[in-house]
Design a protein around this ligand. Structure first.
Ligand code: 5AD
Ligand code: SF4
Length: 453
């Protein structure tokens, strides 16, 4: 039986896309492997959001293709965002590369790879294999978002991602995503509900809804009883028996309405965590980023949600060193971090991306200043996050038990509603169950707990 290996970089959307592609290989009779020497098809699902992510994927593929003892027929391919933006030029970077497929072509990956592998295996018997097939599929396909249905068969996972929309119509000046992922397009609500019910029937307890800007889901649909399509989707999911937890990522201040704030008061399955990218605390920089709102709006939304759900954990994304960012702008970002007291924040140094307006702006910030701001902000974020975690010691939390701890198989690990990882002493609790625990200890970002009897 042939086998396939997929390495995934980037966001949860990419993880979900990888899962869909793997399930098609499984249905075609392939094994899934993590072993590079064993795999007959090797794919990398790529991210373009920062240059570092692209270099990582290119470096990894270069190494894979250069392995002296690799089987001669191995099919090598790039999928996803970097394929979409760099397209054919990737064949120049890596001569041995066979296949490049874009973000609207995930449903064709299996067919293209399998056909090439079968041809090669047949050809191999009579003549040396020609390297570098150079198959490129990056076209847009209508209705492709409805092809995202297949999940991997049950593997005991009690959590799953569900894609509710694709693409993005915002034009943040730093971001490559609108050009890699295309126009915003929502999936029909019934499809999403059917998928969620199927997942629950297989033992899934927690679903994370994925979209570039989830709160804009179905924004052309009417508002009914004050509720927009996204909140109506949350309400409908909430009705599903056996589904215990609902998460979503990521929302945006534009189109974030009171109905979503209110949802935190009457939907108990909605977890007490929101990943809500802030990007900058300076109005001047937000304007240059083409994010059409003031930071005060973002801060007010955070505070309104905390009022609706007092234990809400808020995490965020922040870019430092955006073109033109002064020390004063940076200090405003830091002040916003202090005001909101985030549970965690991912800090990114601005990375110029191809064909984005910010890449052409004057006043690019030098690496030294980006690093200084990154370092300084990280210290601030870590201090706040540690204090917030420390405050949980001695409290009761409910944990969804996800499986054995990675570092110690005699312990279990899970997550709180606030999405904090917790290691549980002993292994008596059942995987997939939701159990009350007492938090006993905290080391920075990991909590330790005992199951309550
Ligand atoms: N440079 C640095 N960070 C970026 N992000 C998006 N584009 C860039 C860029 N060009 C960050 C944003 C986004 C997260 C996924 O990546 O903070 O929320
Ligand atoms: Fe990276 Fe954005 Fe593509 Fe996700 S959607 S893989 S974050 S570029």
């Amino acid at each position: 039986m042939p086998s396939v290996l997929i390495k995934t970089y980037g966001c949860q959307m990419n993880e979900r896309d990888t899962e869909q592609v793997l399930s098609m290989f499984l249905a075609g009779g392939y094994d899934i492997t993590q072993n590079e020497d064993e795999a007959d098809v090797i794919l990398i699902n790529t991210c373009s959001v920062r240059e570092k992510a692209e270099l990582k994927a290119l470096g990894k593929m270069g190494l894979l293709c250069a392995r002296p003892n690799a089987k001669p027929w191995v099919v090598y391919g790039f999928m996803g965002c970097m394929s979409q933006s760099r397209s054919n030029s990737l064949f120049r970077d890596i001569a041995r590369l066979d296949i490049v497929t874009g973000t609207h072509q995930y449903h064709n990956v299996y067919k293209l790879c399998n056909r090439l592998l079968r041809n090669r295996l047949a050809q191999h018997i009579t003549e040396p294999i020609k390297r570098g097939a150079r198959i490129c599929a990056v076209e847009h396909e209508d209705g492709f978002q409805n092809a995202i249905k297949d999940h991997l068969p049950p593997s005991g996972n009690c959590t799953a991602f569900v894609s509710i929309m694709q693409g993005c119509d915002m034009r943040c000046s730093y971001c490559i995503v609108p050009s890699t992922r295309g126009e915003e397009c929502s999936r029909p609500m019934n499809d999403i509900l059917t998928e969620a019910k199927e997942l629950v029937a297989r033992g899934v307890k927690e679903i994370t809804l994925l979209g570039q800007i989830v709160n804009r889901y179905g924004r052309d649909e009417p508002i009914i009883n004050g509720r927009g399509a996204f909140v109506r989707l949350l309400e409908a999911l909430h009705e599903i028996d056996g589904l215990e937890r609902i998460r979503f990522t990521s929302p945006h201040p534009i189109g974030f309405r009171q109905d979503l704030v209110n949802a935190y008061t009457y939907l108990p399955k909605l977890c007490s965590h929101i990943h809500f990218p802030m990007q900058s605390g300076s109005d001047r920089i937000l304007k240059l980023m083409l994010r059409p709102y003031k930071n005060e709006k973002y801060l007010n939304l955070c505070e309104a949600m905390r009022e609706a759900r007092p234990d809400l954990a808020i995490t965020t994304d922040i870019i430092v060193g955006f073109p033109g960012e002064t020390h004063e702008d940076y200090l405003q970002t830091k002040a916003a971090v202090e005001r909101i007291q985030f549970d965690n924040a991912f800090i990114f140094q601005y990375s110029p991306r191809k064909d984005t307006p910010a890449a052409a702006m004057a006043d690019q910030i030098c690496l030294r200043v980006k690093e200084e701001r990154n370092h300084d902000l990280l210290e601030c974020v870590n201090r706040i996050a540690t204090a917030r975690n420390q405050a949980l010691v001695g409290t009761t939390q409910t944990i969804l038990v996800e499986g054995p701890s990675k570092n110690n198989p005699n312990r279990l690990q899970g997550r709180t509603s606030q999405n904090k990882p917790v290691i549980i002493e002993g292994n008596s609790a059942a995987v997939g169950s939701i159990v009350p625990v007492t938090i006993t200890e905290c080391t920075g970002f990991t909590l330790y707990a005992n199951v309550q009897q």
